[in-house]
Ligand binder design. Structure first.
Ligand code: G6P
Length: 745
């Protein structure tokens, strides 16, 4: 529009100037014509009265004279007549001009003497009038008197006003027409062809159309279209060869690496874009209270640990809740930013939630409802109707935010976790061509437990909007199929491992999640060995057996049980006093929920009590570090740990165990792992524990400490092989492979 205005403005200025100029001339002519007309009219009226006035003057009959003057009172325009005698004295006057008598008229005498006529514009009160005076002569040529006709000239100006209005309206209509025609012409000759060329370009370079470009003309636009066609073709060829090369390279490599996954995704998904959705974002910007300036934080989250390397490998877009208090400062006008900031590999799109939405959807329904429902830890789930409504609203908000990003053809959307059970169905309703997978990062309970959820049907229906649902272990898949079978009208196919509802089939598969080469990534960014030395000095760890645990503070992680087991271990095997140190790295989490808030105080109190119980000199058994740790901060603790303990009461997988193993390149260290984690199925070299059995737990700590070095190495080697071979790149590739096979995308 701006461009049209720029183009049309000079034309409008010229048209307006010419119109105004001719308008002024026309009005001046019209004015002159009307005044002339008036003069003629006044003169002829005066002349038509000459005889009657002569008689009245000759007879000296005032009545006749008055009659003649008063007749003007009834005339429609403001008109009047004055009759003077031979001395210039008024003898009759139209009543509405009564005060005209008072007006000084020095010219009368001369008119009478010289028998002259006079026509002049005059002022009467507020009015402009025209006065015409005619001398009345006797037969002998003497002057009997005068007759004066007065006529209001206002109608002349009214007519001129109307003329100006007419000219202005015509000018406005002309301007609008010029604007409209220019707009339509430029749309026809410029905008529409360029739009069609752009559309064609987008589809052609992706190989979605083989048609020739739509510009038929030969001129400048035709030349531009030909150039664009060349570029589109080169792009198409380049894309194709990347994809072919990817196929070839793929067949050569064995172990799954970042580049192998990248090639694989290119080969399998081609130009289908990759979208990941999760509640937790991979990077949060928060204002550091001490330094009062924004800091970029990597949240403690299994989802983030797993998905970040995949996005780094394949690019794409990650849509997540922008929960950092400085997040808004770092996004562009579309709420997006490129990450990692020092080497941009993918796009993070932040979705904003207000306090009520976050409270209802995240703290309420997801974490007080679904989280305890799915974890068997004997924490009662709380389902509030208001939370459910917010949960639905937020799922819809995410669906809208994703849909506006989707390309026109077959996008691939990878939804994460229990925060978005309704998202699959919501997206599918509007984009049936999208391929959607949901990965459930936590356990799935059996149907009896799930059936206590008041919104079971809508949740299952929402999930079945996806094409594929992944769980960590087969047992969770079985539980899900049982749940769908029992609680929903659907057909479960136990051969294909799928659920069919209303003709839509959803496949259910287990994909044990994993980590990337944790050490290779962190090695680049810090100096871990220097850090190890520093930590050892700070906590006086020389010659000590160091046991490390890393957790979010969550009741599912078995932190209390761990402290009780350490207590029992020292109680039972006191010779280990001053020889063993337990370091707990604990990141506060979901602290607005009472259960979590209480847990923090409970752990604080318990650690304090047990440390006090065994305090000897500078030694205390537990070093409890309660704060957020970045992956780089955690790495040296894994390196120095002789043992790592993971004692979750229930855990979908638990990536800390796999991170620890993948850091131990020198095969040192040992893992004590809860039998209730998904990881315990794969990490068979770990020492398994039941965290509820404190006595057994304490004994297993001793058993692990005293395990012969060779055995430790063997176990570690075995676990490392498992993690390296089944790393996160393979996990992502398995999911994509399954989708490609199922959906033939
Ligand atoms: C679990 C969930 C994740 C979540 C993580 C951290 O691993 O499966 O979805 O991101 O906990 O929890 P938070 O509530 O802090 O995101």
């Amino acid at each position: 529009m701006k461009r049209v205005l720029l183009f049309v403005l000079p034309i409008l200025i010229i048209v307006t100037t010419v119109f105004t100029f001719f308008g002024i001339i026309q009005v001046a002519f019209e004015k002159e014509r009307l005044l002339d007309d008036l003069k003629r009219k006044t003169r002829s009226v005066a002349e038509s009265m000459e005889l009657s006035v002569k008689h009245a003057l000759l007879s000296g009959n005032r009545k006749d004279a008055n009659y003649l003057a008063e007749r003007f009172q009834a005339r429609e325009r403001f008109q009047g007549c004055v009759i003077y005698d031979a001395q210039g004295k008024v003898i009759a006057i139209t009543p509405r001009f009564e005060s005209w008598k008072e007006k000084e008229k020095p010219y009368l005498r001369s008119l009478i003497e010289h028998k002259l006529t006079r026509g002049e514009p005059e002022q009467f009160q507020e009015l402009s009038v025209y006065s015409y005076i005619l001398p009345i002569l006797n037969d002998d040529g003497t002057t009997l008197g005068l007759v004066e006709i007065i006529h209001d000239t206002a109608y002349v100006f009214t007519r001129l006003g109307a003329l100006w209005r007419g000219i202005s309206i015509t000018l406005i209509i002309l301007v609008v027409l010029i604007l409209l025609i220019t707009f339509l012409i430029q749309r026809h000759i410029f905008v529409t062809p360029v739009q069609r060329l752009t559309e064609w370009f987008l589809h052609f370079q992706k190989g979605e159309t083989n048609e020739k470009h739509p510009i038929k003309e030969k001129g400048v636009l035709g030349r531009l279209a030909n150039e664009v066609e060349q570029i589109a073709l080169s792009l198409r060829v380049a894309r194709r060869s990347i994809s072919d090369e990817a196929q070839v390279r793929l067949q050569k490599e064995d172990l799954w690496t970042e580049s192998k996954l990248r090639n694989f995704i290119h080969a399998k998904l081609g130009e289908n874009e990759f979208f990941v959705v999760s509640n937790r974002e991979p990077y949060m910007h928060v204002i550091d209270e001490e330094m009062a300036k924004p800091q970029c934080v990597r949240p403690a989250s299994g989802v983030v640990t797993a998905l970040h390397p995949i996005l780094c490998a394949c690019g794409g877009m990650w849509v997540a809740h922008g929960s950092g208090n400085a997040d808004k400062k770092f996004v562009n006008s579309k709420d997006k930013l490129g990450v990692p900031s020092d080497d941009i590999l993918y796009i993070l799109k932040r979705v904003w939630l207000n306090k009520e939405e976050e409270a209802g959807y995240y703290f309420g329904f997801a974490n007080e409802g679904l989280w305890p429902l799915c974890h068997i830890t004997h924490t009662r789930p709380i389902f509030r109707e208001t939370d459910w409504q917010m949960y639905k609203k937020v799922n819809q908000k995410f669906a809208d935010s994703i849909i506006e990003e989707l390309p026109t053809q077959s996008p691939f959307i990878f939804i994460q976790d229990y925060h978005f059970t309704l998202l699959g169905k919501m997206i599918k309703e509007r984009r049936p061509d999208a391929t959607i997978a949901l990965f459930w990062h936590i356990p799935w309970p059996n149907p009896e437990i799930f059936s206590i959820c008041p919104y079971q049907e809508e949740i299952l229906e929402g999930m079945l909007g996806c094409d594929l649902i992944g769980f960590h272990v087969q047992n969770h898949c079985n539980n899900f199929l049982d749940t769908a079978n029992r609680l929903l009208e659907s057909r479960v196919d136990t051969e294909k491992f799928s659920v069919v509802r209303f003709g839509k089939e959803t496949f259910v598969r287990s994909f044990p999640i994993s980590v990337n080469g944790y050490s290779t990534q962190t090695d680049r960014k810090s100096e871990p060995l220097r850090q190890v030395k520093k930590i050892k000095e700070e906590f006086d760890l020389q010659d000590k057996i160091v046991v490390v645990s890393v957790d979010r503070i969550d009741y599912t992680k078995g932190l209390i049980e761990r402290v009780l087991a350490i207590d029992r271990f020292i109680e039972k095997y006191p010779h280990y006093k001053k020889k063993v140190v337990f370091i707990q790295l604990a990141a506060p989490s979901r602290t607005h929920i009472k259960r979590y808030h209480d847990l923090i105080s409970e752990i604080d109190e318990l650690v304090e009590k047990k440390n006090w119980k065994y305090l000897e000199g500078s030694w205390k058994p537990i070093i409890y570090l309660k704060k957020h740790f970045s992956p780089e901060d955690i790495y040296p603790y894994y390196l120095l740990a002789d043992i790592c303990i993971v004692s979750s009461l229930h855990d979908g997988m638990n990536l800390v165990s796999k991170e620890y193993v993948s850091c131990k390149k020198d095969l040192s260290g040992a893992l004590i792992l809860s039998q209730f984690t998904g990881a315990s199925r794969e990490l068979t070299g770990a020492v398994l524990i039941n965290p509820y059995s404190i006595e057994e737990f304490a004994d297993k700590i001793r058993y692990t400490i005293e395990m012969p070095l060779d055995e430790k190495k063997k176990r570690m080697e075995n676990m490392r092989r498992q993690v390296l071979e089944h790393n996160i790149y393979r996990w992502a590739a398995d999911i994509v492979n399954e989708l490609v096979a199922l959906k033939k995308i």
